[in-house]
Write a protein that binds this ligand. Structure first.
Ligand SMILES: [Ca+2]
Ligand SMILES: [Ca+2]
Ligand SMILES: [Ca+2]
Length: 236
């Protein structure tokens, strides 16, 4: 059996600081059955400059959300900022998702064990609070086999290792969030041997054509082809 203090304060040096608000320490809670090691990934152990708060959802047997704070600024600007938050989403006593933040409150990284097998399978990187990269382990090896890259919040490229040799062999290229072409490495040398872009491009061209027609109809039909007009020639 282990016991956890809810509203735990780590770092007595901060306790006297009036501007860093500290949640009241509540009595010890019996959390028998909770694993000794909750697989925490927030850095707070042996850190006098960190505060930790533990909270428990209404249906949780154990504290399921941990927030780790640091204190930044001086004088009147002195304030407490959330640096790391981790949660036990399936309430088995083991943390399975963790996100870190910078002192402006922007997300930096997130790790998750989304299938609760004890191994991280999702890695998310943020820049200025936006997702720039998502890596996924779909094969249970503990290392990512798919990487999704984002530009300005839109999906730009996907790299996939489908034969599990540790190297990508399928690439998807997106423009404005839409799939443009798919490249496949057939001989394992790390270079694309076949681009499947024709079907993708034709589908996209059809969609754009339909959008243009719809827009023209809304403007009064002046640019839309008349019902009897032959369809425009398809690009080869
Ligand atoms: Ca869990
Ligand atoms: Ca996992
Ligand atoms: Ca190749």
């Amino acid at each position: 059996m282990i016991r956890v203090i809810l509203g735990l304060l780590v770092g007595g040096a901060l306790a006297g600081c009036a501007s860093a608000s500290v949640e009241p320490v509540t009595p010890l809670q019996d959390v028998s059955g909770m694993p000794e090691d909750d697989q925490s990934r927030c850095a707070f152990a042996n850190r006098a400059d960190r505060e930790v708060s533990e909270t428990k959802g209404p249906t949780a047997r154990f504290p399921s959300v941990r927030r780790v704070y640091g204190v930044v600024g001086d004088g009147e600007d002195r304030r407490r900022v959330l640096l790391c938050r981790e949660a036990d989403t399936n309430l088995d006593g083991v943390k399975d998702i963790v996100r870190t933040y910078n002192d402006r409150g922007e997300a930096l990284n997130e790790l998750a064990d989304s299938n609760y097998d004890g191994k991280i399978d999702t890695w998310i990187t943020f820049s200025r609070g936006r997702v720039t990269k998502i890596q996924l382990d779909g094969s249970g090896t503990g290392t990512p086999d798919e990487t999704r890259l984002y530009v300005a919040g839109k999906l730009s490229r996907v790299q996939r290792d489908t034969n599990r040799d540790g190297k990508p062999d399928v690439w998807e290229i997106y423009a404005d969030g839409r799939l443009q072409r798919v490249g496949v490495d057939l001989d394992g040398d790390g270079h694309v041997d076949r681009w499947d872009r024709d079907a993708v491009a034709l589908r996209a061209a059809d969609e754009r054509e339909r959008e243009r027609e719809r827009a023209a109809e809304q403007r009064g039909g002046s640019e839309a082809p008349s019902p009897g007009a032959p369809p425009p020639p398809r690009p080869p």
